[in-house]
Design a protein around this ligand. Sequence first.
Ligand SMILES: [Zn+2]
Length: 120
Amino acid sequence: MLIDEQNFRYTKKWAKNDRTFWQCAERDSRKCSARATTIPDGKITKLSGEHNHLSDIVDLCVKVKEREILNKAVKESKLAPREALADLAASLNTPAMMSKMSNSSNFIRRIHYGRKVNSG
Ligand SMILES: [Zn+2]
């Protein structure tokens, strides 16, 4: 497994001489054709093709933010779940991040569930 600076993941395809050729880990699931070439120390010497999807880092950022706001909303029972949802939307500042956000009713359900669990 190879991970580039933007957190795109690649799986090993083949090696020839001192070059290893990698293809995007999403090749099969998303038909992504991006590729990478590395030299023996693991350094990426060439990236080709465009990824047709977002890198995992966007996903991760959104998940961390959601968790943070969810925890806050669960603790502060006076905060309306709708307001927590608005906070979340406001904190995701790019369309790419917005597109990774959980479904809003699902997010609100998780707040209610968290509060129920917390109250015993
Ligand atoms: Zn890709």
